[in-house]
Design a protein around this ligand. Structure first.
Ligand SMILES: C[S@@+](CC[C@H](N)C(=O)[O-])C[C@H]1O[C@@H](n2cnc3c(N)ncnc32)[C@H](O)[C@@H]1O
Length: 270
């Protein structure tokens, strides 16, 4: 068996390509039983070598996971829940109001966008940015099936967000920033696009202690949302360095063997 290149030897673009490839296959449902599933769904509680199982089981697990995290999946198209790969429910805590503009970083198949779209109503708008074309296509189809018109999908990199300055009220993200090689850049970009007074509410995997090198060097661990995770204090520091105030971890869940856990993290642009 040929071993894949170590993450520490890969360039940023190579890492992103591996992430895109993994989530294309999540979107297309082409994971098989003998592959390790890139699945932020099981990251908080288990090690990188776990997987959600054969594809049919994966679909059921992802739907169940969304429900366990408090999503009301009633009326959601299966396309929105079968590719869900979050580790929290940021919309539930973002206190969205009618008329607000929301930006979802790494929007995947769109589940958080669809929940947010109901909260901001017709006078509001939800923009999703994702770098995996198959996810964008799937999310568009899901929006069509739901008849939702206040959502917009943009292809792009969250390290270089295709959104104008000072134009967004709330930035949300669900289990994505851990996958970005340059997290500082993501937060500087999030800060740039937020209006003054805007807020950020993300759920993500962070670490309570450094990962062993052999774990962080495995690309499947990286695409599974553990290998790219950073220490919680480092994560908060990136947000503060970008200019955010009142940066705080509001809750934590499911610490694993490697000290990886799922956190809700909030901040505000003054
Ligand atoms: C773990 S999934 C989470 C998807 C969605 N937020 C959810 O909760 O189901 C990660 C998503 O982020 C996207 N992604 C990862 N890195 C990205 C980047 N640098 N820029 C844009 N999208 C990215 C992937 O394409 C994938 O759709």
């Amino acid at each position: 068996m040929t071993r894949s290149k170590k993450v520490s030897e890969m360039k940023s673009d190579e890492i992103k390509e591996a992430v895109r490839d993994a989530y294309s296959r999540v979107a297309e449902g082409t994971w098989t039983a003998d592959e390790q599933t890139p699945s932020c769904c099981d990251a908080p509680a288990q090690t990188s070598s776990s997987c959600c199982g054969p594809q049919d089981e994966v679909k059921v697990t992802r739907v169940n996971l969304a429900e366990a995290l408090g999503y009301d999946t009633e009326g959601m198209p299966i396309g929105a829940t079968e590719s869900f790969a979050g580790c929290g429910n940021p919309v539930a805590l973002a206190s969205l109001k009618e008329g607000e503009v929301v930006l979802d970083l790494g929007s995947g198949a769109g589940l958080d966008m669809f929940v947010a779209s109901k909260k901001v109503g017709d006078s509001g708008r939800v923009i999703g940015v994702d770098m995996t074309p198959a996810m964008i296509e799937k999310a568009k189809k899901n929006a069509e099936d739901l008849g939702i018109t206040n959502v917009e999908f943009r292809f792009g990199d969250i390290e270089d967000i295709p959104v104008e300055d000072n134009s967004v009220d709330v930035v949300i993200s669900n289990c994505v920033i851990n996958l970005a090689p340059d997290k500082g850049k993501v937060f500087r970009e999030a800060y740039r696009v937020l209006k003054p007074g805007g807020r950020v509410m993300v759920s993500d995997i962070v670490l309570s202690k450094p990962l062993p090198k052999e774990v962080s060097d495995e690309i499947v661990t990286y695409t599974g949302c553990i290998g790219g995770a950073i220490l919680d204090e480092e994560y908060l520091q990136h947000m503060c360095d970008a200019g955010f105030k009142d940066v705080i971890i509001t809750s934590k869940a499911g610490e694993s063997l490697y000290g990886a856990y799922s956190a809700y993290i909030a901040g505000r642009k003054p």
